[in-house]
Ligand binder design. Sequence first.
Ligand code: ADP
Length: 592
Amino acid sequence: MTSSRALRGALLGLSAAVLLGTLAFLYSRTEAIDFKRESETLSLLRELQALDASWDADASRLTASLAPGAAPPDRGTTLARILRELERAGGRPEVADALPAIKSGMAAKSTAWEALRARHERSLAALEAARLATRTLVSEAGSMRLKDPKRAERYTALAGEASTLAATVRAAEEADGALAARLAGLREAAAGTDPALAAAAEAAEKAMRDFLAARAEERAAAQKMAFLTVGGRVDLLSRTVSRGVQGALEDKERWRVYLFFYAAALLVGVGYLVARVFAAQAALREANEGLEKRVAERTRELSEAMTRLKESEAQLVQSEKMSSLGQMVAGVAHEINTPLAYVKNSVATVRDRLPELRDALAQSDRLVGLLQAESADPADLQETFGAVTARLAQLREHRVIEDIESLSNDGLHGIEQIAELVVNLKNFSRLDRSKVASFNVNEGVSATLLIAKPQLRNVTVERRFGEIPSITCSPSQVNQVLLNLVTNAAQALDKADRRIVVATRREGADAVAIEVMDNGKGIPADVLPRIFDPFFTTKDVGKGTGLGLSIAYKIIAEHGGRIDVKSQPGKGTMFTVVLPLHPPAELAARDA
Ligand code: ADP
């Protein structure tokens, strides 16, 4: 019972722990993701992207414009800061994985940028050289036009071609075949003319070719820079981190949904449990009230039963007393019968003898009358005298006087026996009263044995009376106990040699003991513990009430004494009643 309750408690505790643990887990899943680092990483990556884009834009601008412009901003510091912070922010593993490549990519970009800028400077220098060479050629052509007006047209065309070529070369994307031919044409047109013009033309062609080469190199550097993939890498990483954050957010949202449904289910469960607890409490209250009502009912029934029991106990005690009284009356009647028969016989015999005496007396009277008369007839006198003498002789012979004397003695003896019985009767006449008084235990035992005489026929009763003081007790009740013990002993005798010993002695300074021993059938060990129980009897129906010993026990206990019993089956039993010289105050108080 206790262990199953403990098991249930443990299971309940475990379930509650699991439920709360699940709740805590779900809650932690919705709280776990820390977006601060991710957003920091993302913003750094965006900054890096912007830097990269602006760098690319600068590169395009630089290559596109041949006008010397303002120096582009220094990106090295910003780049170093961003990379440092990215490294520090750490966060997702893919960032850490990609960072070395980005770093080296950015370093390569920086190198490419510097190379581009150097090429661009060289292009600008070459452009300037080409411009100067063209101007020299144009001015030489102008000088030749003045010197040689006949070929003025040819010089003008040469100067025009030089200017057009300079503009074409400036805008040219690359030195294609046509442009190379036109450049060669310029040199050829001046050949064979003035040597200075030819040299100027050659110098202009070379300068333009140098410019075209420088531009080609610049473009190659720009292309090299453009081919660097670091921007794409940063883009990819940024997207990856974004996607990760998005995924985590979706995860969190999913866990939040789980948490919501779980909490809702839990709430429903808790609500159900609370409802059940309330219902159980109500049921418990109801049961409690019912129980209280039943207890009250039961208490009432019990107290009624107790009252009835007390009444019936009183009745039983009364009936036991009545049966004791009945036994006593029967015993007394029986005991009186014998001496009464004596007395009756004696008196009847005396009465039967009376006519003889009355005759003798009448004859004696006649003799006295004749003797007193003056003239008595001598013959008559003689005859009367003879008759009186014969009567007296007859009386003597019949021993009438001795008989009457003996009969009277017998009658007196019978009367004395009856008188003794009356004294005992007087002792027992108090059986129906329970007054506390001084009591001579030995006399009580004697009276009891006398009263029990009819049951003790053919029983050898031995009295071993000790020198004991009188005790204060309820004599009638103690007599009742003794009579019961003697009667039980007599009823237990089952052998040819039937013996009962009643002994009295002192028990310590303040008590006396009365022992009733028999050599009867004894009490079996399994019966012994029950003999003082009310209504326990081994006797036939109508013979035993099973109340004698229980009442005796109660009486002796009320007197502050005790009853012990020792028995050997087949050999006999000894009851010992120990009574204090003075009973407890309650006994006297009860009687008062
Ligand atoms: P009852 O005599 O009406 O049976 P008691 O209460 O006086 O009731 O005795 C209870 C039982 O104790 C008896 O039925 C008998 O079995 C046993 N008992 C009492 N005294 C003796 C004895 N001296 N020897 C053997 N058995 C006895």
